[in-house]
Design a protein around this ligand. Structure first.
Ligand code: HEM
Length: 323
C-alpha cells in the first residue's frame, strides 16, 4: 500500500487519469483501495453505492479532500454541511426550478450558435476541445445563473478560466502528496501563498460579476412589494406562497436585502456556482465529444435523431401556419 501511495506522487495528471481506467478494465467491478491513509472506492456500478447513499445518515459530510477547496470556495453549498448547507439549499433550490430553466433556452441557443461558429472556424484542424467547451459553459452559466454577459467584461473571462485551470493543477498536486494534506505543512512550504496568488484574478472576477449584477438589481428596484405584485405562481419554497422566482444571483441579492445572507455568503455561492456550473458541464461536454469521435456510428445515429426531431417540429409549425 505504501509503495502504491508513493507511486501516485510521481505520476503526471494524464497517468492519474489512466490508472482508475486500467484498474476498472482489470477487475471489472467496483474496487476498494487505500492510498497511504486514504480509503478509496472506485465505483463501476451505481448499485454498489446505492446502499451507502440511500440508507445512511452517516455520510452527510464531505470527505477531507473537499477541505482543499476551502481557500477558494470557503463553505458554499458544495463544501458546507449541517445547518448552513440546509439554509442555503432552501434559499437556492427555487432558482433552479424547471420554469426558470425554461427561460434560459434562449441563452443556450445563442451560446450554442456561437459555439458552432467557433468549431466551424477550426476548418477540420485537430484542436483541443477543452478550452472551447470551457468558454462555452462559462459564458452560458454566467449569463443564465448570474445574469451577466461575459463578452461585456473584456478579458476577465479568459483570466478566470486560466485561474481555474491552475487551481485544478494545484488541487491534484496537493491531493496526491499526503504530507501536503496537513494545512501547516502546505502553508510552511509556500503552497498556500502560491494558491492565493492564483486566486487573485478568480476572486476579482467573482466580485466584478456581483457588483455588476447588484447595479442591475437595484436599478430594477426589485423590492418585496413589487415582486408580490408580479407573482403568478405559488410554488416557491424560499419566499412562501405567491412569490416570484429569481435567477440565482438575484435570489442571493434578494435574500441579502431581507438579511438572510451577507456579502461573504454571496461571494461563497457565486464562486461555487460559477465554478461548479461551468467546470462540470465542460468536462461532460468534452468527454461526450471524445466518445462521439470514437464511435462514429453513434454520432451518425445522433445526427439522424436531431434531423428527425427538427423535421417533426417543421411539420408541426407548417400545420399551425396552414390552419
Ligand atoms: C454535467 C454537469 C454536472 C455534473 C456532472 C455535476 C456533478 C455534481 C456532483 C457529482 C455533485 C455532488 C458533489 C458532492 O456533493 O460531493 C454536484 C453538486 C453540486 N453542483 Fe453539480 N454538476 C453538474 C452541473 C452543475 C451546474 C450546471 C451547476 C450550477 C449552475 C451545479 C452546481 C452544483 C452545486 C451548487 C452543487 C452542491 C449541491 C449541494 O451540495 O447541495 N452543477 N454536482
Amino acid at each position: 500500500m505504501i509503495k502504491n501511495g508513493f507511486y501516485f506522487t510521481i505520476l503526471g495528471a494524464d497517468q492519474i487519469f489512466k490508472m482508475p481506467r486500467e484498474i476498472a478494465l482489470k477487475y471489472k467491478k467496483s474496487v476498494r483501495g487505500k492510498i497511504f491513509h486514504i480509503e478509496t472506492f472506485l465505483v463501476l456500478r451505481a448499485k454498489d453505492v446505492e446502499r451507502i447513499l440511500t440508507n445512511s445518515t452517516q455520510h452527510l459530510t464531505k470527505g477531507f479532500v473537499y477541505n482543499f477547496l476551502h481557500p477558494f470556495l470557503k463553505t458554499g453549498l458544495l463544501t458546507s454541511d449541517g445547518e448552513k448547507w440546509h439554509t442555503r439549499r432552501r434559499m437556492l433550490t427555487p432558482a433552479f426550478h424547471f420554469n426558470i430553466l425554461k427561460e434560459y433556452c434562449e441563452v443556450f441557443k445563442e451560446e450554442s450558435d456561437q459555439l458552432v461558429e467557433i468549431i466551424k472556424a477550426t476548418n477540420g484542424k485537430v484542436v483541443d476541445v477543452v478550452p472551447i467547451s470551457t468558454q462555452f459553459t462559462l459564458n452560458t452559466v454566467c449569463e443564465s445563473a448570474m445574469g451577466i454577459k461575459l463578452s461585456n467584461l473584456g478579458n476577465d473571462g479568459q483570466k478566470y478560466r486560466n485561474g481555474i485551470y491552475q487551481i485544478g493543477k494545484k488541487l491534484i498536486h496537493r491531493s496526491m502528496r499526503p504530507w501536503l494534506h496537513v494545512d501547516f505543512i502546505y502553508k510552511l512550504l509556500g503552497h498556500l501563498r502560491e494558491f492565493e496568488e492564483i486566486l487573485k484574478p478568480v476572486n476579482q472576477f467573482t466580485q466584478t460579476i456581483i457588483d455588476k449584477r447588484r447595479i442591475d438589481f437595484n436599478n430594477k428596484k426589485m423590492n418585496k412589494k413589487e415582486i408580490e405584485k408580479e407573482a403568478d405562481d405559488n410554488e416557491n419554497i424560499y419566499m412562501g406562497s405567491k412569490k416570484k422566482r429569481f435567477a440565482m444571483m438575484d435570489t442571493l441579492l434578494q435574500a441579502q436585502s431581507e438579511g438572510l445572507i451577507d456579502d461573504e455568503g454571496i461571494i461563497e455561492e457565486t464562486d461555487t456556482f460559477t465554478f461548479e456550473g461551468h467546470d462540470t458541464s465542460s468536462a461532460c461536454m468534452s468527454f461526450t465529444l471524445l466518445l462521439l469521435a470514437h464511435h462514429p456510428e453513434v454520432q451518425e445515429k445522433l445526427y439522424e435523431e436531431i434531423q428527425m426531431l427538427l423535421m417533426e417540429k417543421m411539420i408541426l409549425l407548417l400545420m399551425i401556419l396552414i390552419k
